[in-house]
Design a protein around this ligand. Sequence first.
Ligand code: AMP
Ligand code: TRP
Length: 335
Amino acid sequence: MAKQRVLSGVQPTGNLHLGNYLGAIRNWVVNQAEYENFFCVVDLHAITVPHDPKVLAENSYAIAALYLACGIDLAHANIFIQSHVRAHSELAWLFNCITPVNWLEGMIQFKEKAIKQGDSVSMGLMDYPVLMAADILLYQADRVPVGEDQKQHLELTRDIVTRFNHLFAAEQPVFKMPEPLILAEGARVMSLTDGTKKMSKSDPSDQSRINILDSPELIQQKIKKCKTDTERGLSFDNPDRPECRNLLGLYAIVSGQTKEAVAIECREMGWGQFKPLLAESMIAHLAPIQAKYQEVMLDRAYLESVLRNGREKAEAVADETLAAAKKALGFSLPL
Ligand code: AMP
Ligand code: TRP
């Protein structure tokens, strides 16, 4: 039986942080052998908010290198850059014309990001989830591993499948219904400066996040200063201690232990004892990823060959789906 397909992506905006890694990329790695995987760097999404053309390409390469550094295995996965496969933009346009505007106006991420843009909210920002639907559906993906915050976008993708197939492909569906793959562990990594807010690239304070490429000294310093409380004895269970729950959860993942084991280990600890432990485990967990990243970034020819290969494989699948969608919509064939 053919393997099920997985598609996911990360935007090349700023540094990747622990939320991106634990919520998304690590889960891609853990399950990759079970699936046929497509992992893209979603650079077209990155221009939905103001961006700097001077660093866009370089950031995209860096994210692709991080995919490799985090353990994506080319025996199971294709890595490519979204804008290199034209079908993404084209299918997004087709979907634009069948997606009611009111499906997009209420999206949480749109509203959050729009507030920050004042009067210059782009059409692209509102359209972001439609492009994401095109990413997923071009590959007929069965599974989409993402963090919790992307759930609403996946719902929209599913609504687009239903609508398209219903209106234009009732007899033979063009698009497959994708399922989100959201693992409980790491699905929502919280900010180091406020345990009730998610860790995010767009938080103005770098102190609020651990970036995958932060140096050991910086990680130590960020954890030393991160927000905690005054209670002794650490536990997952107290809803009034969001920071405590977040940091213990991070410790469990980076030290490779179960939550239960961590709950027992830390039950009588104070922060002074716990923080150095967390910092050490985090540094040790990230060290091999950082080393591999440096290695890949120094070998540009290799990285380019990975992306060229990935694009070719992606394009073959994407073009076929796009042709089926255009046929269903009644377009003539190009002469
Ligand atoms: P983005 O940075 O928005 O391109 O997100 C890339 C991936 O990281 C998506 O799958 C997100 O769901 C995931 N992600 C981003 N922030 C977090 C977070 N704080 N906790 C868990 N997952 C996250
Ligand atoms: N919107 C996703 C995020 O912010 C990134 C993304 C774009 C994506 N296209 C995708 C994720 C397709 C999964 C599948 O994290």
